[in-house]
Design a protein around this ligand. Structure first.
Ligand code: SAH
Length: 354
C-alpha cells in the first residue's frame, strides 16, 4: 500500500494539536509543549524537542513532518544587505533580504514562488508563478532574517516589507495568516504598524483588506500615473486601471484611517518629466498618501535605464512644493542582486524563466 503523505504539523491549530495527543492516549498539555517548540522556539526537527520522551518524538516523526524552509547561499553585500535563497520542502526556491539602516532592520520577504504579473521592469516578473507560499513559509522567512539581524548586527528586527518575490494580494489568505502569526504573542509579537504589504494594484483585494480591517500598512507600486503608460509596463493595469485602483485606495484609507505609500521607479526618458510629475500629483493628491521615488535597478535585459539623479531630485521637489511628501529611496544590495526587482533566483530556477 502506498504511504499517505504525512501532515505538516504546523498546519494544526493549538486545539487540533492538543486533540491529536488526547486521541493517541496522551495528555493535552503535550500538544501545548509541541506548539511552543514549533512557534516560540522555531524548532524544525522533532529531536530538538528535548522535554519530550523518545516514544513521543517517534510518534510525532511517524505521523507528521515539519515543512520548514532552509537557508541556501547566504550572501552579504558591501553595504551590509544580506540576501539568501530559501529552499522550500518541495524543492522550490524563493529569496529574502535583510536591509540594515542605522537602528532600522528591515526584512524583505517573498509571498509566491515566481510571479504571474509580468511587470516589464522586474526580474521576478520574468518567471512564471509556480505556487503560493504557505503562511508558515512566510513566517519562517521572517524568523530566519530576524536571526541574521541578531547574528550580524546585534539588533532586533524592526520592520517587515512584502516586497520580495510575488504578488501578496494574489496569495491573500496565506499572507494574512502569516502576518497574524508574526504579530501574535505565541509567534513574534511584532506590531502590524511595522509591516508593509506592497501590491501591483489588485483593486478588489485592496477593498477586501479594508473590509477585513487589517492594521498593517499598504504600498502601491504605481510607476506611471496615466493608464497609457502604466499599461506599457504593468499588464495588470489593463484589468485594474488607475481609476479603479485609486477608488479602492480611497476606500482603504477611509476605512482604515491609514496613509498609503506610492512607489514610483524613475525610468530615464519614460516617466520622470515635469508632465509625469503633474500627472502623479493629480493621481495621488486626493488620496491620503506619500511617494517614494525609487531608483531603477537593472535586471539585465537593457530594456530600461535609471533616471538621472538631478531629474529625480527635481521630480521630488515639484511634488513637495505641491504638498506631497516625496522621498528618494536609494537602492541597497545591488552588488548581490538583492535590490528591489532583482530577486529571481538567477542561479537556481532558470527553468521557470519565460
Ligand atoms: N508584487 C508586489 C511586491 C513585489 S515588488 C508589488 O508589485 O508591489 C516590490 C517593489 O519592487 C515594487 O514596488 C516593484 O515595482 C519594485 N521593483 C520591481 N522591479 C524593480 C526594479 N528593477 N528596480 C526597482 N524597483 C523594482
Amino acid at each position: 500500500m502506498q504511504e499517505l503523505p504525512k501532515t505538516d504539523i504546523r498546519s494544526l491549530t493549538l486545539t487540533q494539536l492538543k486533540d491529536a495527543f488526547v486521541q493517541m492516549g496522551d495528555k493535552a498539555f503535550r500538544g501545548q509543549q509541541v506548539y511552543e517548540w514549533l512557534w516560540k522556539k522555531s524548532a524544525t526537527d522533532f529531536d530538538a524537542m528535548s522535554n519530550l520522551n523518545l516514544v513521543t518524538r517517534n510518534w510525532l516523526k511517524d505521523n507528521f513532518v515539519i515543512n520548514a524552509i532552509k537557508v541556501e547561499d547566504k550572501q552579504i553585500s558591501n553595504d551590509g544587505t544580506i540576501k539568501s535563497g530559501f529552499r522550500l520542502f518541495d524543492g522550490h526556491l524563493v529569496e529574502g533580504v535583510l536591509i540594515p539602516a542605522d537602528e532600522r532592520m528591515t526584512a524583505c520577504v517573498s509571498s509566491q514562488v515566481g510571479c504571474s504579473l509580468s511587470c516589464k521592469f522586474c526580474a521576478t516578473g520574468k518567471m512564471d508563478r509556480a505556487r503560493n507560499l504557505t503562511p508558515d513559509e512566510i513566517y519562517d522567512q521572517v524568523v530566519l532574517i530576524k536571526s541574521w539581524a541578531w547574528e550580524h548586527y546585534q539588533k532586533p528586527l524592526t520592520n517587515i516589507v512584502f516586497m520580495g518575490m510575488g504578488e501578496p494580494l494574489l496569495n491573500y489568505a496565506n499572507v494574512l495568516k502569516g502576518i497574524e502569526k508574526i504579530c501574535s504573542p505565541e509567534g513574534l509579537g511584532m506590531s502590524p504598524d511595522r509591516i508593509t504589504v506592497s501590491t501591483a494594484g489588485i483593486a478588489k483585494m485592496i477593498r477586501k483588506l479594508a473590509d477585513d480591517g487589517v492594521r498593517f500598512n499598504l504600498a502601491l507600486s504605481l510607476h506611471a500615473a496615466s493608464d497609457e503608460k502604466r499599461n506599457l509596463i504593468m499588464p495588470i493595469n489593463e484589468s485594474n486601471n488607475l481609476k479603479e485602483v485609486g477608488a479602492a485606495l480611497k476606500y482603504f484609507c477611509n476605512k482604515t484611517g491609514k496613509r498609503v505609500t506610492f512607489e514610483y521607479i524613475a525610468f530615464k526618458d519614460f516617466n520622470e518629466s515635469l508632465k509625469d510629475a503633474k500627472e502623479l500629483l493629480s493621481f495621488c493628491k486626493p488620496i491620503e498618501s506619500k511617494v517614494n521615488v525609487i531608483e531603477y535597478n537593472p535586471t539585465g535585459d537593457g530594456a530600461f535605464e535609471k533616471a538621472d539623479s538631478k531629474k529625480i531630485d527635481e521630480f521630488c521637489a515639484y511634488l513637495e512644493r505641491n504638498g506631497i511628501i516625496a522621498r528618494v529611496r536609494r537602492s541597497r544590495g545591488k552588488d548581490i542582486d538583492a535590490a528591489c526587482g532583482q530577486l529571481a533566483n538567477k542561479k537556481h530556477e532558470n527553468a521557470l524563466l519565460h
